[in-house]
Ligand binder design. Structure first.
Ligand code: SAM
Ligand code: SF4
Length: 326
């Protein structure tokens, strides 16, 4: 079992398949011209499967594939089908634009739940946020996933003055559709234009929803990052990921592997362990993995302040979100 110095058991691994993406969300990546890693620096399919198998032997039973955009990887289907042979609950986070090409692969891999990121229900705002004119394709693909009976979670990075006005439109969407909308507080990463004034907080989100809807709290799972709610008589639910104002580190069970094979024990960890170099030199990785887990900081990688208004972004030591894997 992978246990840290704060007695938290880690059974959930998020694997980034690539640091490339077909969108350009400003809150996730530095700029349009960002360089992506050459394939030789990324984990190959066989290396991903070998890492996943090793982590499963150490107690991991849940794996999420992310990126960059995981579906831009040419060997995505082979990777997910190989991983589906492991005794894990497998899931994926995607921007949704290529989902229609992979419905059968998702079924073969026995995926049940898929997270799709969509920050706006307005095509012009979508273009401004992602720099790609693909709103309708993403929306259609969400409908396609629902039609094929996947459980769909919608990730909405909620930013003050940018899309906070749309919160209730997203909640309205849950009336007829069995989707699970998750409002995510805007987090700071390297060069992502974060400012504390752009954070639309957990409390502000709830207040906004309360102006239009009566909602109830529903039970959260032990390791959930979300606080879940439901408007009575709605088919779907909504939830809030409150990293900035009410972090959920106490029960954290997550570990991360970047696309270039570095292990991070927290989204905000300063340190990384270069597992890919160890693997390629035929060295034992178990000590490096257990040590990495053991040294996990109590909260927020030990570097984000609990009062988010005091965060100085230039002092943060981290990659951009696209290079970590969200
Ligand atoms: N490309 C895929 C997608 O967009 O879903 C997977 C990778 S993306 C980095 C994973 C998640 O991180 C997305 O839901 C995205 O909205 C979220 N994200 C990226 N930057 C963020 C930020 N600064 N604050 C909060 N969430 C962020
Ligand atoms: Fe790409 Fe996802 Fe980042 Fe947007 S959030 S740039 S879709 S990796």
């Amino acid at each position: 079992m992978l246990i840290d110095q704060h007695q938290r058991v880690h059974n959930y691994l998020r694997i980034s398949l690539t640091d490339a993406c077909n969108f350009r969300c400003f809150y996730c990546m530095p700029n349009e011209e960002v360089e992506v890693s050459p394939m030789s620096k990324l984990m190959s399919k066989d290396e991903i499967v070998a890492f996943a198998t090793l982590f499963v032997s150490l107690g991991v039973d849940k794996i999420r594939l992310t990126g960059g955009e995981p579906l831009v990887r040419k060997d995505f289907a082979e990777i997910i089908l190989a991983l589906s042979a492991l005794p894990v609950t497998l899931s994926i986070t995607t921007n949704g634009v290529l989902v229609h090409k992979y419905i059968e692969v998702f079924k073969q891999a026995q995926l049940r739940s898929i997270n799709v990121s969509l920050d706006t229900l307005n095509a012009a705002t979508f273009l401004a946020l992602t720099k790609r004119d693909q709103f309708q394709q993403v929306k259609d693909n969400i409908e396609l996933l629902i039609a094929h009976n996947f459980s769909v979670k919608i990730n909405v990075v909620t930013m003050n003055g940018i899309n906070h006005q749309e919160i209730n439109s997203f909640v309205r969407w849950t009336q007829a559709e069995p989707i699970h909308v998750r409002f995510i507080e805007f987090m700071p990463f390297s060069q992502n234009q974060w400012m504390s004034q752009k954070v639309f907080t957990f409390q502000q989100i709830l207040q906004t929803i309360g102006h239009e809807f009566s909602y109830i709290k529903i039970k959260d799972g032990k390791n959930d990052t979300t606080k879940k709610y439901k408007v009575l008589n709605h088919a779907g639910t909504f939830a809030i990921i409150s990293t900035m104002t009410a972090p959920f580190c106490g029960n954290c069970n997550r570990l991360r592997l970047t696309a270039d094979g570095k292990m991070k024990n927290c989204l905000f960890s300063k340190t990384e362990t270069d597992l890919l170099t160890l693997m390629r030199s035929g060295m034992n990785m178990i000590d490096a993995i257990t040590q990495n887990v053991l040294l996990k900081e109590k909260a927020l990688g030990g570097q984000l302040l609990t009062d988010f208004t005091q965060i100085e972004t230039q002092e943060l030591e981290n990659r951009s979100m696209i290079a970590i894997g969200g």
